[in-house]
Design a binder for this molecule. Sequence first.
Ligand SMILES: O=C(CO)[C@H](O)[C@H](O)COP(=O)(O)O
Ligand SMILES: [Fe+2]
Length: 215
Amino acid sequence: MKHSLAPSILSFDLTNLHESVRTFLAAGAGIVHLDVMDGQFVPPITFGDSYVRALRSIVPQAFFEAHLMTLSPERHFEAFAEAGCGRILFHAEAGVHSYRHCQTLQSMGVEAGIAINPGTPVESVVELLDVVSLVLVMTVNPGWGGQSFISSALEKVRRIRELRPELNIEVDGGIDPKTLPIAQAAGANVFVVGSYLAKAPDLTAAVRGLMEQMG
Ligand SMILES: O=C(CO)[C@H](O)[C@H](O)COP(=O)(O)O
Ligand SMILES: [Fe+2]
């Protein structure tokens, strides 16, 4: 099982974002995690596909994943795929026809990921496990960076790992050097890290430290 670090750009200084992205990719992080919020599924509004396209022109080879925290996520699949996202994650709570939406993403040649909020049970995604390449278990309530890790969500990671030994399981929210090993022990293999990296005095050292912990 491949372990990957997915820095979220949500909390980075926007005036210097391109440098931060170049730095964390050069340090070995394999995925750029893009938190797209629509002001409806969650209160804040972040950015759209044109922003992602601009970022992509700076790092054209990087693997981008869009974490859509939007209602009617399927409306945005094409735009984010065209902007260069190789994986699109949407919320089980937001997609009325989640199975079909995963099939749509597959047919577009994009990896499908399904995300669940802390209050959403594993049962809501069990029937999707054959059509996703990843399940994202939120370890904070979606909408904001810098929140505290909700450790009870790890029981869901354990259960999904038991059901699917080979599936990618991502955790998102409150991941830092203390919580990463706990999430890894529960069975997670993809780790979104936002504010811990955004605040790190030495971004390269912080990425390398987390990668060493992942082993
Ligand atoms: O999806 C998200 C928020 O909805 C972010 O990816 C997540 O919060 C990462 O930030 P942090 O590491 O600061 O918790
Ligand atoms: Fe996210």
